[in-house]
Design a protein around this ligand. Structure first.
Ligand code: ATP
Ligand code: MG
Length: 367
């Protein structure tokens, strides 16, 4: 019996095995696009490591944020592409993260500055800012929160650091407070209650500048700024003080709130702050049977997002749990991370992180 056909088959297997090289895997990864950034993983510099052991392939991908909303999809796309290579027996995909920095923030160590704005007061901007900051920290990002609502600060209460005085280091820089993994600074911890109410113009500008630039933030992936409502002095000062990576707009579904948020949106555009998306807070009330009661109207923010071509980051239900957690000094994403309202806020934080990565990619200098 001639044996040559078996030898031929063996040599095909051997030559297939020899095709399984790091370069072949990297070439396969060139066909996988980041679903949000629409560029391939290799060009984006996201492939950290490829290791081959016989037919076993181990790949480490560096996401552009630990709060990546599309990690699952990236994993399955990578596996599908690499699985096509001959000789592959198993594929292991692990993830790290490397948050991309905005081109410029003017604050050493701070990669991204994100302002949380609204047209109207009382729409839940501070609640959303607190929960977004705590969510990003839960995902493993390094996060700071600056309460820029000089006249009505609320973050010290939401983070249970009321009454704690801020201390300075030897260089007279402010050391931020910290809770739930978030570094925090608020006027409430700097001056007596009510003292800031009379501040206008230069004093306000100077104080905001000090809080931003003379705080020892250390390394931060995201610095969230809780703005006062509307389109006043603080918003203008902020845009003059630092290059803001982007703003998010918080609104409730009522027509009046939407009208005001459009005004705030226009102001952001005029001050050259990119708008990363809109969050609709108090969107609906969840009824016991699981259906939703859109008490303030339905679909307002999503229409705004569509018209202005910005992302709808999330729709957050109105619940007793959200309010009580805030009042008790523990944002709901920390107090009850698996609850429906916490999941909505945590998802919004991931979408936001994705939008920051997109924004940074769009503003990369052309080389
Ligand atoms: N999704 C929600 N469900 C229930 N209560 C909420 C929700 N969001 C915010 N609240 C409550 O609404 C009130 C106003 O919220 P918050 O202080 O965050 O608004 P704001 O827009 O920052 O207000 P201001 O304009 O005064 O700064 C708070 O009591 C808060 O707990
Ligand atoms: Mg507020």
């Amino acid at each position: 019996m001639p044996v040559w056909p078996e030898v031929a088959i063996l040599s095909v297997i051997m030559s297939n095995d020899s095709l399984l090289t790091e370069n072949a895997v990297i070439d396969a990864l060139r066909t996988v696009n980041d679903p949000e950034l629409h560029q391939d993983l290799v060009s984006l510099g996201m492939v950290n490591q490829v290791a081959i052991d016989g037919g076993k392939v181990a790949i480490k991908i560096d996401l552009t944020t630990p709060a990546c909303p599309l990690k699952g999809q990236i994993e399955s796309d990578v596996k599908a592409a690499v699985d096509k290579l001959p000789g592959v027996e198993s594929i292991e995909v692990s993830f790290g993260s490397q948050v991309r920095a905005a081109q410029q923030t003017d604050l050493p160590g701070v990669k991204n500055i994100i302002a949380v704005a609204s047209g109207k007061g009382g729409v839940g901007k501070s609640t959303v800012a607190a929960n977004l900051a705590a969510s990003l920290a839960l995902e493993g990002a390094s996060v700071g929160l600056l309460d820029a609502d000089i006249y009505g600060p609320s973050q010290a209460k939401m983070f249970a650091v009321e009454g704690k005085r801020l201390m300075a280091d030897n260089d007279k820089n402010i050391i931020p407070l910290k809770n739930y993994g978030v570094k925090l600074i608020s006027i409430a911890n700097l001056v007596e209650d009510g003292q800031a109410l009379t501040w206008r113009g230069p004093i306000l500008h100077g104080t905001l500048s000090q809080m931003l630039k003379q705080t020892v933030w250390g390394e931060l992936d995201y610095l969230i700024i809780d703005l006062p409502p509307g389109t006043g002095d603080v918003q203008l000062s902020l845009s003059q003080l630092v290059p803001v990576t982007g703003a998010i707009m918080v609104t409730t579904p009522q027509d009046v709130a939407l009208l005001d948020v459009r005004r705030a949106y226009t102001m952001m555009r005029k001050t050259h702050i990119p708008v990363l998306g809109v969050i609709e807070n108090m969107s609906y009330y969840q009824l016991p049977d699981g259906s939703r009661d859109y008490i303030f109207g339905e679909g307002g923010a999503s229409t705004l997002a569509e018209q202005e071509k910005i992302a709808l980051l999330g729709e957050i239900p109105v619940t007793r749990h959200v309010r009580e957690s805030g009042d008790r000094g523990k944002p709901v994403v920390v107090a009850d991370p698996e609850s429906a309202e916490a999941q909505a806020l945590r998802s919004a934080a991931r979408v936001l992180a994705g939008q920051v990565s997109i924004q940074n990619l769009m503003t990369l200098p052309v080389v």
